[in-house]
Design a protein around this ligand. Sequence first.
Ligand code: MN
Length: 404
Amino acid sequence: MSTPIDYKSHFSIHNLPYGIFSTPTKHARVGIAYENRIIDLSVLFELDFFEEKIKSNVFNQDSLNDFIALGKESWSFVRKKIQELLKTDSDFYKENHERFLYQQSEAVMHLPVKIGDYTDFYSSEEHASNVGKMFRPTMDPLFPNWKHMPIAYHGRSSSIITTNTPIKRPSGQILKGEEVIYSACQTLDIEIELGFIIGKENKLGEPVDIQHAHEHVFGAVLLNDFSARDIQRWEYQPLGPFLGKNFATAISPWIITMEALEQFTTDAPTQTQAVLPYLQEEKRLNFDIEISFDIETANNNKASVAVTNSKYLYWTMEQQVAHHTVNGCNLQVGDLLGTGTISGKEKNSFGSLMELTWNGKEKISVGNEERTFLQDGDTTILSAICKKGDIQIGFGEVRNLITS
Ligand code: MN
């Protein structure tokens, strides 16, 4: 079985991510992960812990949307209050902690936000180039528009799931040789991505200026964009991804806030093509987040399959937000923006099995088993960690079992 995540480093006091959890005797509500525990914010609200700022119990709900909609000052306020609570040996803590602390092991995690709209970008140059080399070997690997704008498609929200939700292998139309058949997907794949949760809307018709784009993001999650490659390949022209993509998209249950992630920014790659003013940034920053992809099989074999990093992305979070809204499209609280598959230059940093096996030509080992694409009984695990000096935070994990 897999190594359990190190709760102390993932959910250190520097992190304090938000999620929705339920316990055997109480419904889903808002919590903050702290080490191997969960702080029940709905109980803290009832104890008047947030009374200076938060006026209604936005934490006694099964999504974070209402809390997120309160805005940045409220997010910071709650973060500071919780950090103080955990640092000090206060009477309040001593008297009440049994009421608001739970073990993560006794909780079930739920989807943290109600996601109105989901957009998936294509922001990794290495990924886009790998796909071009594989499927259009005689052409330039990147399409002529690729370095002018962050390319994306609109995904589907209803099938976004979180950790521990099994995924049924999709069936559909596949081209087998010259014949069109109905079949279970034979090339079920993952995509390692980061997802950004929108925290502040823009009005319809009013683009977000790139200098203010970061203010529109509440936080980030890991995103596994499950992909049925054979279904995708037959259907995608001319309108793009559809049934090969919309059967399951998994996100990690804890939203890591921008405030926690700010400590882990790093320079983004220099862009090799000048972009239009609305995409120009004074300082181009990415997040230095090391993301791992593991597979665990039904026979308990386990392997680390890839390790990549969101710092490789060619298009930044700010550019994604600015481009998405440049036509006046309104983003709303709880919307999800996926970065697209994140690949690095080295082979073990490729963000999909399609790239890691070069479209099924090369096998990867999982213990004494071999894989090209996912088999039934496999569990996919994405996890991520950020380190800077002694400070460390993590994303926890998102794990999903593939079933027939
Ligand atoms: Mn994707």
